[in-house]
Design a protein around this ligand. Structure first.
Ligand code: CTP
Length: 414
């Protein structure tokens, strides 16, 4: 996710990534992609077309990747490279992909280093189109994209609707953002057959329970843990629905986001979907209580007489109250945030709420809990066993949790 520190991590770490840059103004954003992927541990070979070099310099990419940027099919180096790059790649990504590049790729042309690489590779290919909205809408461009997607199996990531080059207004044709390109590459690298074809439901964030139209009862959850799980499940190839309470985080890329405010809304959103999902991860910090009598208009200081009492009433338990609606054989993962006697409370919750896995942490421990990008968790299983994990980033915890869901999924084949 964009807010997290970029440290080497799965699925990018140690992977050979060919990053093709073609001639569009969005090429300036690809510099950030090359830098991030390198910091995520990838070996990034940047290949620029001749027109790309009108927009960005090879030296810029060399500065951020620490590797030579490749430009020339007909150098001594290029002659050997035109096969080797594609053969050795774990993934090939082209960003931005211009209309001209799409046409050449769809025709199997071999007149530059990026096109020869595509012909020589068996690695997954990610294409991030970027162009003027009229060009993007052209039937020939659409046919080329359909060919790349359906016939060649390329992942077409974007474009989105938004501001185009200066003076061109706004429309469909804008390249996706660098972090989204990195996620699309991550999906190509992390494909996991245990998750492909599954539907994963994740709850995340806090809930806000209104006192009046401007005040609420809530908690300090940022949503980071759940958003990381949703993104990691998508990367593995799942269809993902994220039911999120109020959170300031960017929506994970590729994930269906259902925004809710209250525990009741979260309950209703989960209840209508949980009959069809294969994996459910309940990472939301749902408020257990809500004001019994939410006011319709703002409560004035003068109305209170110096003190104020808010009566609270119990909220639904999202995980437990939707239990009977779960799809038979689905895998259910709970979270427990405790402030003492973690294992005892967590084991009771696992049993009480019918979870197959429970991820427990101690809010009082440094680096764990709300508002930080790291977590130290212990994973509990129904057989009474538990496995403490070291302090990890929330992205790593997400992958560790999914690694433990994986065998359960394979065993049940839901
Ligand atoms: N949970 C839920 N709905 C609630 C409360 C909790 O779905 N109203 C889910 C959480 O998402 C988590 C698990 O239940 O997966 C445990 O949440 P936690 O807040 O730790 O437990 P509580 O049941 O609220 O118990 P307590 O407040 O007594 O610790």
């Amino acid at each position: 996710m964009p807010a997290d520190p970029l440290e080497p991590r799965r699925p990018w770490n140690g992977k050979r990534i060919v990053l093709g840059v073609t001639g569009g103004i969005a090429a300036y954003k690809t510099i950030q992609v090359a830098r991030d992927l390198t910091r995520l541990g990838g070996e990034v070979d940047v290949v620029l077309t001749r027109s790309a070099q009108k927009f960005v310099a090879p030296l810029t990419f060399e500065g951020v990747t620490g590797r030579p940027a490749l430009t020339n099919l007909f150098s001594a180096e290029g002659a050997a490279l035109h096969i080797r790059l594609g053969r050795d790649a774990d993934v090939v990504c082209v960003a931005p992909a211009t209309a001209d590049f799409l046409a050449r790729a769809a025709h199997g042309r071999a007149d530059d280093l990026i096109c020869t690489t595509l012909l020589a590779t068996q690695a997954p290919v990610v294409v991030c189109p970027a162009m003027n909205d009229r060009m993007y809408a052209h039937v020939q461009v659409q046919e080329n994209l359909a060919h790349l997607r359906n016939r060649l199996g390329y992942q077409i990531a974007g474009p989105v609707t938004g501001a185009l080059a200066a003076g061109e207004g706004s429309g469909p044709g804008r390249m996706i953002e660098p972090w989204q390109i990195e996620e699309a590459i991550g999906r190509a690298l992390a494909a996991d057959e245990a998750f492909s074809g599954t539907h994963v439901l994740v709850t995340a964030g806090p809930t806000h329970e209104p006192i009046d139209p401007v005040r609420y009862v809530g908690n300090r959850s940022s949503g980071r843990m759940g958003y990381a799980i949703a993104q990691a499940a998508w990367r593995r190839g799942a269809k993902v629905t994220l039911v999120s309470g109020p959170s300031l985080l960017d929506p994970p890329f590729g994930v269906e986001l259902i925004r809710v405010e209250t525990a009741q809304e979260m309950h209703d959103a989960v209840a209508t979907r949980i009959g069809d999902t294969n994996v459910n991860v309940f990472s939301a910090a749902v408020a257990d209580f809500r004001p019994a009598d939410a006011r319709q208009s703002k409560l004035k200081r003068s109305d209170t007489g110096g003190t104020m009492t808010v009566d609270l009433t119990q909220n639904p338990d999202v995980a437990n109250d939707t239990r009977s609606a779960r799809k038979a054989g689905s895998i259910n993962v709970g979270f427990a945030l405790e402030t003492g006697d973690v294992l005892v409370h967590a084991a009771a919750k696992l049993e009480r709420k019918g979870f197959d896995l429970l991820v427990a942490n101690d809010a009082t421990e440094e680096g764990a809990g709300f508002g930080v990008s790291t977590n130290r968790v212990t994973v509990l299983l129904p057989d009474g066993s538990n496995e403490p994990l070291p302090l990890l980033s929330k992205d790593e915890v997400a992958d560790e949790v999914l690694d433990r869901v994986r065998p359960l999924l394979q065993r049940r084949e839901v």
